[in-house]
Ligand binder design. Sequence first.
Ligand code: CDP
Length: 197
Amino acid sequence: MSFCVAIDGPAAAGKGTVSKAVARHFGFPHLDTGLLYRATGAKTFEGLSPLEAAQSLTTADLERDDLRSGDAGQAASRVAAIPDVRSALVDFQQAFARRIGGAVLDGRDIGTVICPDAEVKLYITASDEVRARRRHAELVAKGENVTEAEVLADLRERDERDSARSAAPLKPRRGCHGDRYLGNVDRRSRGQGHRIG
Ligand code: CDP
């Protein structure tokens, strides 16, 4: 039997932390779909067109150690606005979502496009400032030389692009179609507030 947990939300809202906790709790595999777009974006740095990059993605591409950088995030957001790029990545995500035994996927369009009939849909968000603070700390820990103000501007720019695009835009949801809304997770620290079941 398949069982899809769809987790969406804006940049750096904590989707990864919640997804991993849910996946661990239920023993489901987890797919961070942002990595697909980050890897596609990163491959365009090497001269491939966005569509060529998406069509030629391999598991090794998803293991590059530069995918969490700010540049890869911006490149991801740009290629993610191209409908053909999104189409090239749909089958893989839908097959993952319907694996026998269950799956957790996080991204922007999981509950709307990839798995609209997901058994559980969560939308996670937090204030811009809290998201920027957390992401800044992560990037600095990885050795990136960036200010919190730059991270805030990056998140806002990506959110704007991700919400305004015509192909599978990020849509803030609050309690519609049976979705769960985890509300503002500003004051929740890691390990707090992620109790499921
Ligand atoms: O980690 P963060 O929330 O900052 O971003 P991400 O989930 O790694 O996604 C990077 C970019 O990929 C986003 O800004 C989106 O443009 C794009 N993305 C998307 O369009 N659809 C998804 N399902 C996942 C990511």
